[in-house]
Structure formats: structure tokens, C-alpha cells
Design a protein around this ligand. Structure first.
Ligand SMILES: [Zn+2]
Ligand SMILES: [Zn+2]
Ligand SMILES: [Zn+2]
Ligand SMILES: [Zn+2]
Ligand SMILES: [Zn+2]
Ligand SMILES: [Zn+2]
Ligand SMILES: [Zn+2]
Ligand SMILES: [Zn+2]
Length: 301
């Protein structure tokens, strides 16, 4: 209320024609461009409602896992108000050849090296090998071959019949057999070693020394044969002479023995009989030996 000043006594007090009153202003409707909590959009918000708002879209902020985004409705992030926590497993691709899952839940950056073991048969299939998965999957081709080998000699047999000389290896065996084989010359004096794979193209020839030796050997043989013949003849001769001597002495010895024969006869008739048989056998035997010697001499002369 404004107190009106009277200009003079002639002026009457009256109600003022205009009264000025202070009323509260209506809310300001001036639109102000404002972004939502997630900054998905900018919309005009009446001035009196000033401040960010939820647009009701999914939040979409990246989660700490680094792989996913928040699916909560557009929200304010402040104080205890946070985006959701990812609860998925790791979905990053595994190193080629690793059959195991990542040990960590959904995470940023590279997966940790696989700590599992891989169980596999060696190339030759005899041994069971346990290899660290990460070692195997990160190895170069050549190292992979080595890791898959039991390092024993390959058990397979080559077509030549020898055992493969390589250590446990993938694929087929190398047929170039390196096993040393001995080849001999026809007379067996010389011997040389060749790798098995070349042995069927190699021949060992006799050399001059071989031929010399063969000559000597045949000479020695001939000499031996001759000596043997001579020895045989000598023996026959001696036997004949001995026989003849016995024949000549036969009469005298018999008369000498006659005295003793009486004594012997008392012991038994066997001894006398046997002596007589001896003479009967020896006479034709001497003849046979004589004719054999003659035959032999005639043939060898
Ligand atoms: Zn929004
Ligand atoms: Zn995630
Ligand atoms: Zn969020
Ligand atoms: Zn693995
Ligand atoms: Zn991972
Ligand atoms: Zn093996
Ligand atoms: Zn061989
Ligand atoms: Zn082999």
C-alpha cells in the first residue's frame, strides 16, 4: 500500500485509483536446450524445469570390461549411481589351436596366456605327451613338430627292412636309408661300406691283390693235395712192408708161441681161435690194400 500525500486541505482523502501489488511470477516457460543424462539428445526444457533428464533410451556408456555397454535406462552417473557391472564370460577369440576357455570373466585387453596342458600322442603314436597349451599354440611350425616328438628313434621299418633312423617325426619316413651295409667282392677278400639306399647300384670288383691271393691259394691247395697223396702212398707202403714182415716172421713166432699155447689153452680156446682168424682176415686184407694202392697210383700218375 502506498501512502498518498494530500496536496492541500481541499483535497479529500479517497481510495487510490491504482494499487500496485507484488505478485509471484508464473514459472518461466522459456525453452532452454538441455541434454539428457546420457547425452543421447538435446531437447528444449522449459526454463523453470532446468537440468538434465532421462530420455529412457539404454544408457550405452562403455562398461569397465571394455567390451560391453550399459543397458540400464538413461541414468545419472554420480555418487552411488553407477552403470551396471558386466557379468559375462570372456568372449575374445582363443589362440588358434587352444581348445580351452579364457580363465577370466569379460575383461579389457589381451587374454592371459592359457595355463592348461594339452595331452597328445607323439608323431609315432607310441608316447603320450603333455605340452603347455600356450607353448604349443604360440610355437612356429618347426617348434610344433619338435614339441610333438617323443625324441625316440622312429619305430617304423623302411621298405629295405632297416629301421628308420630319424627321431619320432610326422608324415612318412624318408626312404633314403643311411644304414651302412657291407658289400664284398666276388672272392670275399675286399669289403666296402655303402649307405643301404645306394647299395644296389654299387659293386665291389676284385682287384690285383685279390687275383694274386687267389693264385697263391690255388697253389697252396695244389701243394697240399700233392703232399696228402704222398703221405697216403707212404702209409700204404709202410703198411705193406709191415704186413710182409709179419708174414715172414709168422713161422718163427708161431713155433715160439707153441710152448706158451699149452698154457693159454688151459685158460680157454678163444685166444687160439682168434689168432687163427686174424691170419685168415689179414691175408685177403693185404691183397686188397695192395690192389687199392696200385689203382690209386695208376690214377694219379
Ligand atoms: Zn538419454
Ligand atoms: Zn563385458
Ligand atoms: Zn549406464
Ligand atoms: Zn588353451
Ligand atoms: Zn579373455
Ligand atoms: Zn614318438
Ligand atoms: Zn636300409
Ligand atoms: Zn620314420
Amino acid at each position: 500500500m502506498v501512502k498518498v500525500q494530500l496536496a492541500g486541505p481541499w483535497e479529500q482523502r479517497s481510495e487510490p485509483a491504482f494499487v500496485q501489488k507484488a505478485l509471484p511470477c508464473p514459472p518461466c516457460q522459456v525453452p532452454i536446450p538441455t541434454a539428457c543424462f546420457g547425452e543421447h539428445e538435446v531437447s528444449p526444457v522449459p526454463c523453470h524445469l532446468q537440468g538434465p533428464f532421462s530420455c529412457r533410451r539404454p544408457c550405452g556408456r562403455p562398461l569397465t570390461c571394455g567390451n560391453h555397454t550399459c543397458s540400464v535406462e538413461c541414468h545419472l552417473v554420480a555418487g552411488g549411481n553407477k552403470c551396471e557391472v558386466c557379468d559375462e564370460g570372456c568372449s575374445k577369440p582363443r589362440p588358434p589351436g587352444c581348445p580351452h576357455a579364457c580363465s577370466r570373466p569379460c575383461h579389457p585387453g589381451n587374454c592371459p596366456p592359457c595355463s592348461q596342458m594339452i595331452r597328445q600322442r607323439c608323431h609315432c603314436k607310441i608316447s603320450m605327451l603333455y605340452v603347455e597349451c600356450t607353448k604349443l599354440t604360440s610355437a612356429a611350425e618347426q617348434t610344433k613338430v619338435e614339441l610333438g616328438s617323443c625324441n625316440n628313434q622312429c619305430p617304423k621299418e623302411l621298405s629295405c627292412g632297416h629301421r628308420c633312423k630319424q627321431v619320432c617325426h610326422p608324415g612318412v619316413c624318408e626312404e633314403k636309408c643311411q644304414q651302412k651295409v657291407k658289400l664284398r667282392c666276388p672272392c670275399k677278400r675286399l669289403k666296402k661300406e655303402f649307405p643301404c639306399s645306394l647299395s644296389d647300384q654299387c659293386v665291389v670288383q676284385c682287384d690285383e691283390a685279390c687275383r694274386d691271393q687267389q693264385r697263391k691259394v690255388s697253389q697252396v691247395k695244389e701243394a697240399e693235395q700233392r703232399a696228402a697223396q704222398e703221405e697216403e702212398q707212404k702209409k700204404l707202403q709202410e703198411e705193406l712192408e709191415a704186413f710182409e714182415k709179419r708174414q715172414q716172421r709168422g713161422g718163427g713166432r708161431r713155433s715160439k708161441k707153441r710152448g706158451r699155447r699149452e698154457e693159454v689153452e688151459e685158460e680157454g680156446g678163444g685166444g687160439r681161435w682168434w689168432r687163427r682168424c686174424g691170419v685168415l682176415v689179414l691175408v685177403p686184407l693185404g691183397g686188397a690194400l695192395l690192389s687199392a694202392a696200385a689203382f690209386y697210383l695208376l690214377n694219379t700218375a
